[in-house]
Write a protein that binds this ligand. Sequence first.
Ligand code: ADP
Length: 316
Amino acid sequence: MNNIAILCSGGDVSGMNPALKRFVEYAKEKELEPYFVYDGYEGLIDNKIEKATYSDVSGIITRGGTKIGSARSKRFMEVEYRKIAKENLDRLGINMLLVLGGDGSFRGVDIFYKEHGVKFCGIPSTIDNDINGTDYCLGVDSALNIIKTSIDAIRDTASSFSRVFVIETMGRDCGYLALTTHLTSGAELCLIPEMEYELQEYEEEFKKQIANGRRYFIAIVSEGIKQTSQEIANWFEKSIGIEARICVLGHIQRGGNPTVKDRLMAYKFVVNAIDALLEGREESVICYDRFGFNFKSIKEVTGKKKELDKELLSYL
Ligand code: ADP
């Protein structure tokens, strides 16, 4: 019998639990023995590897986060700990690995494959949607919906009090979350790292809007821009003359129950990834674009910074 394991590495996302559920079901359908590795590469080193059962995944499809935990692991960067990880897998006869994570996690598992031949398929999982080679990463839609709900709620209070709300989204140096929610939430201002800006260029227009009766502004700013949210808020108060508040959404964006889209994408990512391993694809990352699923090498995925969708950017 072929044994297969799954682990979550790096930041967790909403959609990992549906992926775990499908993993157990589909592995069994394919007559594979499914195993969970708890706490990412740390668990691989510490032998936290257990057979996964149907009851392990019962009821988890509705929950954000990941039932098997996720972690970063400094030790996995070192050759001697990867050797221990391999010995742990060997004892259980596991020679295939699904890794839910980002490009760092894929780099790690690729090195592991090159040293020890454990076949893998990486499933892009990050709310930032910043992995090169794929248009979609697991967790993005759930994060977008959390941000949307937050902005809708903030709008209620902003409009009542005649205030500016500067809402800061995650995304590191990728403005995807900010830009997408800007376009779908009717915000007045969106600042992202991919776009150069000078606040003074907005001054005349915003003052005119206030003179014409505008009571409030929603500004969505991505965490990676050149200024802090506080500086943006200060500019609104000093230059536009309207009271401003900051709302840093932070880790709330990673939580919440997975949306239908993330449940379905989790399902498809896992099925296609397991099929690819069984068909002999030994070292790849499963990617998704408008033509459907495809498989890319680690080099293609990690070698280049992902560019923001040009069409979305053109609307800014
Ligand atoms: P992400 O997968 O979200 O990009 P990180 O960059 O933090 O997250 O990487 C997650 C984990 O992947 C690291 O903590 C480490 O265990 C492993 N990893 C990353 N790069 C390497 C590498 N060059 N060699 C071995 N392991 C690595």
